[in-house]
Ligand binder design. Structure first.
Ligand code: SAH
Ligand code: SF4
Length: 478
């Protein structure tokens, strides 16, 4: 048998997890025999949804690569297809089902194709049933709590004609050292906690991701040191609620202390984090950001609604004034700070008058950008049972009205950068003109300027000369 070179899961106390290396070896052997006279087998891995899912997708790729698969950008050419799904809104689910349906004809052409569906959607019973009944060409379904068992699950699938449904309701301990193939060599997201204990009434995340669990600072710092040593220039600390970090960690540590320790790691890199919850944000968090030179002066702080009654019904546990006080404190002590946010339009009970309170917050904070969503009813959440009288069409009109306000706010904010010098991490070729390169400044706004491709992956000081709706245009300072 051919042994895979890398061992992992070895620091787990769970014997099943240690065994995953064993299944990888078996799969390597199986694929070498099966594809002996052909090209290397190819995998198509498609991730939907948030950064947490993207990070899971990178781990899936890490395990798949060890099994001996190469990667392709086309499902049609793949021997193994995996959809890593998102359940936060209905339209995300619809897109996944559309994509799964479209695979049927590829599978008819290639009977050997293995199709797997995983992630937040598959953690829900009604979705498992729908795939079981309607999508017979799907071979494997596994949930968020079974991710680390992927080698064992694939091994079972290649050894049986039966379909595999591995969706655990019990969460395992945090599994460290799962191999990873990162999307970018310039920026990396590092989970500091998993799951969520907050139960906002509209949200499915606590049900599909489980209880909030924090990684130990040692594991987080070791991972970041390793990443930074490969030349990565931006670390994003990731959690459904990053700033309640520390639950169950001994000795006690909170988010601000963790930020300081990440900031103390030597190297030329900057730090972002996503998403802090306003309920757990305080002056100490902003003081820490102000004092940590590597932490960016841009904060994603979801407020969801500007109306106190709606915030209460959402179980957000802060008021509009408390939110504004936090923002104002941040603006007072952190130069050039920018904010971005998430907003839900048309939550049950929202009227046009209540919706106008959300617009008020937009005007007061002047966000750099907003991620706004029409409320989507999620099965099993408390809001599912709430009376929802406003037609979808009216909610869409509100959303459009809000985006018109936000467009002017973004333009004004971008205009205020003209003449300022910003620090840009260049990460790709620009789109505005030939010879331009682009990246985000510390304030998290897209910047483009004329420059050599060789600057990609470096920090560059840029003086802003002009602005548009979605991008600042500048000139490199020599
Ligand atoms: N943990 C993060 C958000 C996770 S979900 C936080 O609390 O900030 C990302 C965003 O999706 C949320 O901030 C919310 O704006 C939106 N969202 C979540 N559930 C939704 C639903 N049922 N309908 C519409 N938008 C929703
Ligand atoms: Fe969902 Fe609220 Fe948890 Fe964010 S904090 S993941 S919105 S329940």
């Amino acid at each position: 048998m051919v042994k895979s070179k890398v061992k992992f899961f070895n620091d787990s106390s769970n014997e099943d997890d240690k065994n995953q290396s064993f299944y990888i070896d078996k799969i390597v052997n199986y694929l070498q025999n099966k594809y002996r006279h052909k090209d290397m087998p190819l995998a198509y891995i498609h991730t939907f949804g948030c950064q947490q899912n993207v990070n899971d997708g990178e781990k899936i790729k890490g395990m798949i690569a060890l099994m001996g698969y190469g990667f392709t950008d086309s499902a049609e050419n793949a021997d193994f297809v995996l959809f890593n799904t998102c359940a936060v809104r209905e339209n995300a689910e619809d897109r996944v089902f559309g994509n799964i349906g479209a695979l049927k004809r590829y599978k008819t052409a290639n009977r050997n194709m293995i199709i797997a569906v995983c992630g937040c959607m598959t953690q829900q019973k009604h979705i498992q049933e729908k795939i079981k009944k309607t999508y017979h060409h799907v071979n494997i379904v596994f949930g968020t709590h079974s991710l680390h068992k992927l080698p064992e699950i694939i091994y079972q699938a290649i050894n049986t004609d039966k379909r595999i449904f591995d969706v655990e309701s019990e969460e395992s301990e945090i599994i460290e050292s799962i191999p990873i193939v990162r999307q970018s060599k310039i920026k990396a997201w590092v989970p500091i906690s998993y799951g969520c204990d907050h139960f906002c009434t509209y949200c499915v995340v606590p049900y599909v991701r489980g209880k909030e669990k924090s990684r130990t600072p040692e594991n987080i710092l070791d991972e970041i040191r390793g990443i930074v040593s490969t030349g990565v220039k931006e670390i994003g600390l990731l959690g459904q609620n990053v700033n309640s970090y520390g639950k169950g960690v001994s000795p006690k540590i909170n988010f601000s202390e963790l930020l300081k320790r990440v900031n103390d790691i030597e190297g030329d890199f900057r730090i972002r984090f996503m998403s802090p919850h306003p309920k757990d944000a305080n002056e100490d968090m902003f003081d820490t950001i102000a004092n940590c030179e590597k932490v960016c002066n841009s904060i994603h702080l979801p407020f969801q609604s500007g109306n106190d009654k709606i915030l209460k019904k959402m179980n957000r546990k802060y008021t509009a004034d408390e939110y504004l006080n936090l923002v104002n404190y941040g603006k007072k002590i952190i130069p050039n700070i920018t904010f971005t946010t998430d907003i839900i339009v048309g939550f049950p009970g929202e009227t046009y008058e209540k919706f106008l309170d959300t617009i008020k917050i937009l005007k007061q904070v002047k966000f750099a950008s907003v991620y706004s969503f029409i409320y989507s009813k999620r099965i099993g959440t408390p809001a599912e049972k709430m009376e929802d009288l406003i037609p979808k069409k009216e909610k869409s009109d509100w959303l459009r009205e809000m985006l018109r306000y936000q467009e002017d706010i973004t333009l004004d904010l971008n205009k205020s950068f003209v003449g300022k010098t910003v620090n840009v991490l260049v990460d790709e070729i620009g789109k505005q003109q030939d010879g331009f390169i682009s990246g985000r400044c510390d304030e998290n706004i897209l910047v483009e300027f004329p420059g050599a491709k060789s600057l990609i992956g470096n920090f560059v000081k840029v003086e802003i000369k002009d602005y548009m709706k979605c991008v600042l245009i500048g000139k490199k300072i020599d």
